[in-house]
Design a binder for this molecule. Structure first.
Ligand code: SF4
Length: 382
């Protein structure tokens, strides 16, 4: 049972102005601050010796992971402890699996398509997670060396997983929601096995995709398909990326100098922060430009340029420090740095901090970089 900060506060001394109210022994300035932190699982209940017994019992019960985690090689299925992602995060992505019959006349062709399939996302190569092999007695699973996990169907069926066959959308959706609520809210152990939805082969790909997308959001731990379809898996993997990122953690890339199209000491230099979405937008444009360039990515806690600037994570001092760390002055002869258009107000400040460089205010949107370079940079260098 998840309690909000306010609900927890009702069990703490300060709510009735009892002894020890806001005593700070837990390390928090007030009982209310402790209640909020406890609700967000940032502290453990035993930091306060003065809470009501009833709350202590709830906390002890809550400490037990409600849903089991089932492991198949490196894959983890289940192990979720919240109903909504924003309460904490979802921990193990919905596994996307295909079942293949080794006796199927087209088995090799199907398997090759599955093995070949991959999509690239932020810093990741995404593939089908699991292949369940039917009639695999004479098939050497161990020889299939790739990132996909393979399991014999008989072994798969022995796992503590609950199966729901996708015969009726409403019933399946209700079963998934009921199961997750029972295990997370009521901590009912009868519902602690992770759940998978089994999809029979169908011609109606659109409906299949819509149903599978819904179950992925609420609350299937795994989806198993009799048929493999590249477009279906691309959609589900992309959707899954949005749900299983940690909402409290910014997506970021490593701060360093990135190189595009084999730059040398005369190549142009761009600058941005290490917010992954900004980085990939800029990086794609620079790659497509087909001219050699550098991109300096400054450490900004994964914040976008304007947010980083307002949070003082993108200051002239920090930029100067980053350039020094990467030894940019000795690495390139170019003395022009193009900064994001959103940071035009920093031009003067940056010029003072980086006297060796000319600061050029670039574009606000990444998609305009190509036109900007043609107009301002390439003409200058002719
Ligand atoms: Fe309140 Fe308990 Fe923390 Fe004291 S130790 S401030 S009573 S929560």
């Amino acid at each position: 049972m998840h309690l909000s900060g306010l609900e927890i506060f009702k069990y703490l001394p300060a709510t009735k102005k009892l002894d020890h109210s806001n005593c700070k022994e837990c390390g928090c300035p007030t009982c209310m601050a402790f209640a909020v932190k406890l609700s967000q699982k940032q502290v453990t209940y035993d930091r306060c010796k003065y809470m009501a017994e009833e709350l202590k019992k709830i906390c002890i019960k809550n400490m037990k992971a409600p849903q089991k985690t089932i492991k198949i090689d490196g894959l983890k299925i289940g192990g979720e402890s919240v109903l909504y992602r924003h309460e904490k995060k979802f921990v193990n992505r919905t596994i996307l699996a295909v079942i293949l019959d080794c006796k199927d006349a087209n088995f090799e062709e199907k398997l090759n398509r599955i093995r070949k399939f991959e999509i690239k996302s932020v810093n990741e190569k995404l593939k089908v997670d699991l292949v369940i092999l039917k009639n695999s007695k004479n098939y050497k699973i161990k020889n299939l060396c790739d990132e996909i996990v393979y399991i014999d169907q008989e072994d798969f069926l022995k796992l503590a997983l609950k199966k729901i066959v996708d015969n009726n959308f409403k019933k399946t959706a209700n079963k998934l929601i009921e199961t997750r609520k029972k295990v997370i809210i009521e901590r009912d152990e009868k519902y602690s096995d992770p759940v998978y939805v089994y999809f029979k082969a169908t011609q109606d790909k659109y409906s299949l995709c819509a149903r599978a997308s819904y179950y992925l959001c609420k609350y299937a731990n795994m989806l198993v398909f009799e048929d493999f379809d590249e477009s279906l898996f691309s959609t589900l993997i992309t959707l899954r990326q949005n749900i299983y990122t940690d909402p409290q953690k910014a997506l970021q890339v490593e701060p360093k100098i990135y190189e595009f199209n084999n730059p040398d000491e005369n190549s142009i230099i761009f600058m941005t922060t290490n917010f992954a979405l900004t980085f990939f937008a800029v990086a794609n444009e620079l790659e497509d430009l087909n001219i050699p360039s550098y991109l300096i990515v400054t450490p900004a806690g994964g914040m976008s340029v304007l947010t980083a600037w307002s949070a003082e994570k993108f200051t002239a001092k920090m930029v100067a420090k980053t350039l020094k760390k990467f030894d940019l002055v000795n690495k390139v002869k170019t003395r022009k740095i193009i900064i994001p258009g959103l940071l035009a107000q920093m031009k003067e400040e940056l010029e003072k901090a980086l006297p060796e460089f000319e600061i050029i205010v670039g574009t606000i949107e990444a998609y305009s970089i190509g036109d900007f370079v043609k107009k301002h940079i390439q003409n200058d260098t002719k």
